[in-house]
Design a protein around this ligand. Structure first.
Ligand SMILES: Nc1ncnc2c1ncn2[C@@H]1O[C@H](COP(=O)(O)OP(=O)(O)OP(=O)(O)O)[C@@H](O)[C@H]1O
Ligand SMILES: [Mg+2]
Length: 149
């Protein structure tokens, strides 16, 4: 299933993250794509908050992976610097792990990305406006359905 949603501001973005947060499960994979500054980390922060993570979620650009222990652990990956390295088997422990795995710049490690996933592509429309292209099949389909504005 595929859907496009226009977001006008941060609070609408937070609402969408909350909807996703209501549907997360063990082994959930969320792939985020979009230009620098589109809002991938911001979305991850809102999602983390919605599932009860009190720690501040920062961009993991210089660490590649950050782990937030929680009822459902959050594995936050930023693959920006991993372009062209091929499959990253060390990250696969997390991508195919027991937590919620959020991957910024997932196309940079596409060989390691499962078929089943929720994908959100964020396009900058200006100021606080964003266009979200959202898709997912199988167990992710009902989440795409649930996301509305
Ligand atoms: N509707 C919105 N959704 C998300 N972020 C927004 C929105 N409106 C404004 N912003 C701002 O845009 C910036 C997005 O930065 P963020 O670090 O989340 O981008 P990113 O996609 O993770 O970039 P990078 O590729 O560098 O990791 C933040 O300063 C955020 O406050
Ligand atoms: Mg980021």
């Amino acid at each position: 299933m595929y859907k496009e949603i226009k977001v006008n501001n941060l609070s609408e973005m937070e609402q969408i993250a909350k909807t996703v947060g209501k549907h997360v499960f063990k082994g959930f994979v969320l792939c985020l794509q979009g230009d620098l500054g589109a809002g991938k980390t911001t979305f991850t922060k809102f999602l983390g908050k919605s599932i009860g993570i009190a720690d501040t979620i920062n961009s993991p650009t210089f660490t590649i992976l950050k782990i937030y222990e929680n009822t459902l652990d959050l594995f936050h990956i930023d693959a920006y610097r991993l372009r062209g390295i091929g499959a990253d088997y060390s990250l696969e422990d997390y991508i195919y792990g027991e937590g919620l795995c959020v991957i910024e710049w997932y196309k940079h490690i596409i060989e390691s990305i499962p078929n089943d996933k929720l994908v959100i592509e964020i396009k900058h429309l200006g100021d606080t406006k964003r266009l979200l292209k959202i898709w997912g099949d199988n167990q992710y389909e009902k989440i795409v359905e649930a996301i509305n504005n």
